[in-house]
Design a protein around this ligand. Structure first.
Ligand code: IMP
Length: 194
């Protein structure tokens, strides 16, 4: 029988990405699939802490092996902000446009625009916990470019590319992204032990 893991998300885009990388070698269930409708509080102050909170929650309440992810944009000149607060950088109820406007404003007079996306995946399996990481280095552009993707994609240009994530489009992005790299690390670990 295939090994089963819960991925602590209801984001169908993330689920499909993970399932595609794992090539059906394991069964991946979403929170909805296990009847979990809780809004798991992300109260940690690091990506690692938040990913662990989500994975431990499922293990504790549903007794199933689980992995969870958390991602942040780390801008060098801002001491790695917004980081773990990327989703709510401009305030609790803000949308991507507000976050981007705040970021461009903060960097208005800054020449060093180096930034990275970093994804952490926490796996809670049996009594053990593991962390995996994926990151991509790049720069924050001075204006929005491109329509694809989400979040900060219109202002993030990966190193070695002339276009932003939002210009490159999902197909290219999903091959090189922070999340894809972290998922590949997880997949390598899980499949090496099948
Ligand atoms: P999450 O942990 O995947 O929910 O990501 C937290 C926040 O980071 C999102 O709300 C976005 O603002 C930002 N973010 C995460 N991944 C990406 C990405 O691939 N592109 C652009 N922004 C992202």
């Amino acid at each position: 029988m295939k090994k089963r893991y819960v991925f602590a998300t209801n984001n169908s885009h993330k689920l499909n990405e993970v399932r595609a990388i794992l090539h059906g070698q394991i069964e991946v269930l979403s929170l909805k699939d296990i009847g979990c409708h809780a809004d798991i509080p992300e109260t940690g102050d690091t990506l690692e802490a938040n990913a662990l909170i989500k994975a431990r929650y499922v293990k504790q309440h549903y007794h199933l092996d689980c992995f969870a992810d958390d991602t942040g944009l780390e801008v060098k000149a801002l001491n790695n902000a917004p980081g773990v607060y990327s989703a709510r950088y401009a305030g609790e109820d803000c949308v991507a446009r507000n976050n981007i406007a705040k970021l461009l404003n903060e960097l208005q007079h800054t020449l060093d625009r180096k930034a990275r996306f970093r994804t952490v995946i926490a796996l809670v399996e049996g009594d053990s916990e593991y962390l995996f990481e994926g990151k991509i280095e790049g720069e924050i552009t001075t204006e929005c470019r491109g329509e694809a993707g989400f979040g900060y994609d219109p202002v993030f240009r990966p190193e070695g590319e002339t276009q932003t994530f939002a210009e490159l489009g999902d197909e290219v992005k999903n091959k090189i992204s922070h999340r894809a790299l972290a998922v590949k690390e997880l997949a390598r670990f899980i499949t090496s032990r099948l």
